[in-house]
Each structure stands twice: as structure tokens, then as C-alpha cells.
Design a protein around this ligand. Structure first.
Ligand SMILES: Cc1ncc(COP(=O)(O)O)c(C=O)c1O
Length: 496
């Protein structure tokens, strides 16, 4: 948080409010213009309780708030599984072009041919990269992509077997959205253990397969940063029992242009454009989680999809899809996000894309090797784009993974993901991404090793961290259970 503004830090914009202060100095016409236009019964009796601030107060308040946030534009952000890589600024320029920015989803297809062409071309690129047949851009994030995929799974079994089946298999290392989506999709979760390699236990998988199983959700590389080398056997076993294989594409970054989910035997793939294609993570949205499917599932995709009339060289909305699962999002998803992802693909080209995966894997292995003595890997050996190590050796000194994470903040780094995946004690999941330089990785490794030394020399320093952040240790359980996301006038929670 270097360069943060100093001085008293108000909590909300209301704290800097003073009666009569204004950010705008536009002269008001005499009389209220609303008087003749709005019927008396619909006019407010009293003005809204908005903050009254000068322009400078306003700018300072929000600039200060922005400086309280960590960002990839500020420094290293090795948050495992989240792929916090740099978002090139040219994406914003392209998404802001008037031809993209000023169109409206209700415009007839004839007026937005360029936008439809972009979606169509993007679909071809994603189909090529995943080895799938068709793609929808409706889902707004990876998790919504999961739900889309599971609804497609239901539609498939309902159409081919007369009922949707009832169970979806999930490895014990899976991301929390997987079981949540399974429940939302109307299925029961059956968990598959990992074996000593950190991979899906093949024998346990085969034992769990029966006619109730609709499919298996898998990330490859998995959440331990390891490639599921048995993937072809896994796919064959699933398909033998009539199940479908779902690819959680959160880790697609690691294999982009190297190996395709379709060639591994996957039937349904979601991609997180904010991870793989460097669209903004955006604190929850708007996002995009395109879903790609094999040819036999294409008829179930959300409607409409983009069609192309080759003879007329025109693009159109194909709404004639009687077996579609329906809509998952208003209009056609978050188009501006797809424009950014498209820009990324076009600016890198085929060769550049392959280098993404190579650099991501190289960076993770470089960092892993630098810190492994202090933080041993959960599963020793080469990793893919991220690695899971453990802070367990520090526990004897009273130091936990959480202390390491908090101390990193004081040293100028965002912490890695901690305590996930759940199958590793004192887990630290580190994903440096391909956009970090060797110098950045060296600096992060030095900070991690310094902390391991401090665990012996001054453990209290680690328990107190962070001391340089606007707030210290939070009561995270309370923050989650008593979540207040709305300011209410006079609410006591601010003072608690
Ligand atoms: C393995 C995995 N699956 C699914 C998701 C959910 O993706 P999203 O955040 O786009 O909803 C994530 C997000 O971090 C993830 O890491």
C-alpha cells in the first residue's frame, strides 16, 4: 500500500458531508423545473439524504478508498486459483471504441453486424482452443458457467434416458463453487478422494460410478496445481457408464494452446475470461464465463447463439433452438468483457498464446524451487501454473499459514490463497502467473523466506501483522456472519 494518502481517514462519504456544500456549481434556473412536470402526488416531500460535499472532498474520498485496495497494477498478487495476471490497457481502449460502447442489445442484427462477427469469431477461437463444437457467452462468471453446464447435463440425460440422473461426482480438492453449482443444478454431490499423488483416486472413482451418476466435474490441472495424468482413463470410465465429463476451466491458463479439454475426453468446458484471458476480475462483475460443449450437446446451449449465413455473409441471432435450456442471462452476456478477451487473443496470436502456458508453468516452478525448503510442497515434484505448499514446519514456533499471509501484506505483497485446498494442512496456494518478471518472483521469494526466519526470531511480529494496512486482523467469521453491505443512516454497526 505504498504511496497511500496520509491523514485522518473518514469511513464513509457521509462523514465528510457538510450542509449546503456542493460538487457542482451549475446555476439553477429560477423556480423548480420539476414543478410543472411531475404531478404533486409523485414529488418527494423532503430531499434525499445524500452527502453534501465539494468536488475536492469527493475526489479525495474516492481516491483514498481506491488506495486502500490492493491491485495487480500495484504489485505482486499470487492468489492461487484466481490467476491475478496483468490486464493490458489496450483492452480498455478497444472495449471503449464507440462502435462497441454505443450499441444496444435491442438493436436489430443488421445494425450490429460487427458485434455479432466478433462473438462469432470469438466462438471459433474458443472452440479451437477447447476442442469443442459450440460456445455460449451468456454466463456471467465461471460459477454461472458451472450451472449452465450442469443444466446441459440434465437436458442431455433427460433427452436420452428420460430422466436427468441424480448424482455428480467431485474430487475432494475441488473449488467450493463446484458442489454449490451441483446442488443448485438439482443434483447430489458424491465426493471422490485424492490419492497419495494428489490426483483423482481411480479405483475410488470406478467404485463410485453407477447409473445414477450424471457426470464428474474436474479441473485439470487440478486445484493442487497437478496435471491429472489419468485423464483419458477417467474419461473412458465416465463415458462407459453414460456420464459426462465437465471441465472446470479455472486452470485453463496452464494448458492454453498445449492440450485441449476436448482431446482429453471432456464434454463440457467453462472458461473464466478474467483468469485465462485477462479481463478485469472487477470485484464480482460484470464478468464472463463462456461455456463450450461437444457437438452432441450443442442443441442444449442457452438460446440464442450467433448464427452465420455464409451465402449472404451476414450474422444473425439463432433463436430456433427447441432443445435449449433457455436463458441464463439478459441479452447476450456481458459483451464488453468478451471484447476485452477477444482483444487479448488477437493481440497475442497463436504463438503468443502458447507462451502464456509455458511462462505460467515456468514461473510457478521457479518460485516453488526458491521457497521449498521453508515451505515444503504438499506433493513434491514439478507443478503446473501454481503450487500448493504448507506452512506446517512453522507451527512448532506457533506460526500459522494465516500469519505468513498477513505478514506478506506488511512486506508489500498480496498473500497467496491460504487453507485451500482443504485436503492440505496449513495450505498456501501460490500462483505467480506468467506476467510476473523474474525480479518480482525473486522479491516475493525473499519475503517468504524472511518470514520463515522471523517465525524463529520474532514470532510475535507475525501474530501482530499486518501493521501497515488500514485495518489489522479482522474477525473474519464475524465479518462473514454479520455482513453489512449497505450503509444505513444512523446505523450503529460503524461504531461497533
Ligand atoms: C477451480 C475454480 N473453479 C471455479 C471457480 C469459480 O469461478 P468464478 O469466480 O468465475 O465464478 C474458481 C474461482 O476462483 C476456481 O478457482
Amino acid at each position: 500500500m505504498s504511496g497511500r494518502a496520509r491523514g485522518p481517514e473518514p469511513q464513509t462519504i457521509f462523514d465528510v458531508s457538510a450542509p449546503g456544500r456542493r460538487a457542482s456549481s451549475v446555476a439553477q434556473p429560477a423556480g423548480s423545473p420539476a414543478e410543472g412536470l411531475i404531478p404533486p402526488g409523485l414529488r418527494r416531500a423532503s430531499p434525499p439524504r445524500l452527502p453534501e460535499v465539494s468536488e475536492l472532498d469527493l475526489v479525495r474520498h474516492y481516491t483514498r478508498l481506491s488506495q486502500r485496495n490492493w491491485a495487480i497494477d500495484v504489485g505482486v498478487y499470487p492468489l492461487g486459483s484466481c490467476t491475478m495476471k496483468y490486464n493490458p490497457k489496450v483492452h480498455e481502449d478497444v472495449a471503449g471504441l464507440p462502435g462497441f460502447r454505443n450499441i444496444h442489445p435491442w438493436q436489430p442484427a443488421d445494425q450490429v453486424q460487427g458485434a455479432l462477427q466478433l462473438l462469432w469469431e470469438m466462438e471459433q477461437y474458443l472452440a479451437e482452443l477447447t476442442g469443442m463444437a459450440r460456445v455460449t457467452f451468456q454466463p456471467a462468471a465461471g460459477a454461472q458457467g458451472e450451472l449452465t453446464g450442469l443444466l446441459i447435463m440434465r437436458a442431455h440425460h433427460t433427452a436420452t434416458e428420460g430422466h436427468p440422473r441424480s448424482v455428480v461426482l467431485i474430487p475432494d480438492s475441488a473449488h467450493g463453487t463446484n458442489p454449490a453449482s451441483v446442488a443448485l443444478g438439482g443434483y447430489k454431490v458424491r465426493q471422490i478422494p485424492s490419492d497419495e499423488r494428489g490426483l483423482v483416486d481411480l479405483a475410488a472413482l470406478e467404485a463410485a460410478l453407477d447409473p445414477s451418476v450424471a457426470g464428474l466435474m474436474l479441473t485439470n490441472p487440478n486445484t493442487l496445481g497437478l496435471f491429472e495424468t489419468d485423464i483419458e482413463r477417467i474419461a473412458a470410465a465416465l463415458h462407459r457408464s453414460g456420464g459426462l465429463l465437465y471441465f472446470d476451466g479455472a486452470n485453463f491458463n496452464a494448458i492454453l494452446g498445449k492440450v485441449r479439454p476436448g482431446d482429453m475426453g471432456f464434454d463440457i468446458v467453462h472458461m473464466n475470461t478474467h483468469k485465462t484471458f485477462t479481463t478485469p476480475h472487477g470485484g464480482g462483475g460484470p464478468g464472463s464465463g463462456p461455456v463450450a460443449v461437444s457437438a452432441r450437446l450443442a442443441q442444449y446451449l442457452p438460446s440464442p447463439v450467433v448464427g452465420y449465413d455464409e451465402a449472404a455473409n451476414r450474422w444473425f441471432w439463432d433463436t430456433d433452438r427447441p432443445q435449449s435450456i433457455g436463458r441464463l442471462h439478459g441479452f447476450h452476456g456481458n459483451f464488453g468483457v468478451v471484447v476485452r478477451a477477444y482483444t487479448y487473443l488477437r493481440s497475442l496470436g497463436g504463438e503468443g498464446l502458447v507462451r502464456i502456458a509455458e511462462r505460467a508453468v515456468l514461473n510457478a516452478n521457479y518460485l516453488r524451487a526458491l521457497v521449498r525448503e521453508a515451505y515444503p510442497e504438499a506433493h513434491p515434484g514439478t507443478c503446473m501454473h501454481e503450487f500448493v505448499c504448507t506452512a506446517k514446519p512453522l507451527r512448532a514456533k506457533g506460526v500459522r499459514a494465516m500469519d505468513v499471509a498477513k505478514r506478506l501484506i506488511d512486506l508489500g505483497f498480496h498473500p497467496p490463497t491460504v487453507y485451500f485446498p482443504l485436503v492440505v494442512e496449513e495450505a498456501m496456494m501460490v500462483e505467480p502467473t506468467e506476467t510476473e518478471s523474474r525480479e518480482s518472483l525473486d522479491a516475493l521469494a525473499a519475503a517468504l523466506l524472511q518470514i520463515a526466519g522471523e517465525a524463529s526470531s520474532d514470532p510475535e511480529l507475525l501474530h501482530e501483522a499486518p501493521v501497515t494496512a488500514p485495518v489489522g486482523r479482522l474477525d473474519e467469521a464475524r465479518a462473514a456472519r454479520r455482513l453489512h453491505v449497505r450503509w444505513e443512516p444512523g446505523s450503529p454497526w460503524l461504531d461497533e
